[in-house]
Design a protein around this ligand. Sequence first.
Ligand code: AHG
Ligand code: MN
Ligand code: MN
Ligand code: MN
Length: 334
Amino acid sequence: MAKKNQTLGEFIIENQEEFKYSSGELSRLINSIRLAAKVVNHEVNKAGLVDIIGAAGETNIQGEDQQKLDVYANEKFIQTLINRNIVCGIGSEENDDFIAINSLDENNQNKYVVLMDPLDGSSNIDVNVSVGTIFSIYRRITPVGTPVTIDDFLQEGNKQVAAGYVIYGTSTMLVYTTGHGVNGFTLNPAIGTFYLSHPNMQFPETGNIYSINEGNYAHFPVGVKNYIKYCQEEEGDRPYTSRYIGSLVSDFHRNLIKGGIYIYPQTSKAPNGKLRLLYECNPMAFLAEQANGLATDGFQRIMDIKPTALHQRVPIFTGSRKMVEKAKEFMKNS
Ligand code: AHG
Ligand code: MN
Ligand code: MN
Ligand code: MN
């Protein structure tokens, strides 16, 4: 039972038996993500000090090269997972290919692979707007003890054993699911501990927020254009409010709490949309469904799409159940 104010560490131990393949390994993995998130959080919070401590690409006072924050976050998460000998493979938005950890240690007996977007919304860093980290965890399908292959990463989203995000916002939160609902933990920066602040998070069935980059309107399919018109019409609880941060994690998080829909559709310029199936859409879809929301590509369930490439992109419509269903109706006439 989730108890408010419980620490994330306590929560993980208490809920370990809920995990499908309970060997403690998945708990240790979530723990490692918690640790890396704290390190990245510390760095993200210093981002505004670039004029004082040096911008990305410059050399700092110790003679070290300053890194872009997305590269830094990528390295921190990868290092933490490798050093703690916790996974057998990692795929990242920032790496062209997956990392097979078996190649470093032939005796690697770990069962899980992680896919991640180490810093989501990174273009918002310079303007002090919230960014995030997204992660998705699968059980490998090739035999333990052998090097992982691309097949371990190209699994349907419905095979995820855990997924979540960290939001580096006015507060830092870790929100995740292991398939038993969604729980949100807020970091107390004074002592570096995450506390359960949002137990059993649920999308309101419907909401009044729609989030889409309307600057691309001219390139949207007709179904999306018509849905936007519907959102703006004066009728019943409409017009809805338009809110778009440009950070998937932040837009999703707000809609999860307040009720709303997030759309990144296909456009005439980007026929598969922009967001990545494995690093962004699947983990958000798992969270959405676990929080009583929905996630589709406009036609089919995101988590049932069979991935064909590591960096594959897909359109996404996700959020409050009734709103996603409505948008889907409009897409039928696209
Ligand atoms: P990332 O920073 O990981 O590359 O992801 C950026 C993504 C996502 O966070 C956001 O919702 C979307 O790009 C915004 O794209 P537009 O600027 O095209 O609206
Ligand atoms: Mn991203
Ligand atoms: Mn990113
Ligand atoms: Mn990027």
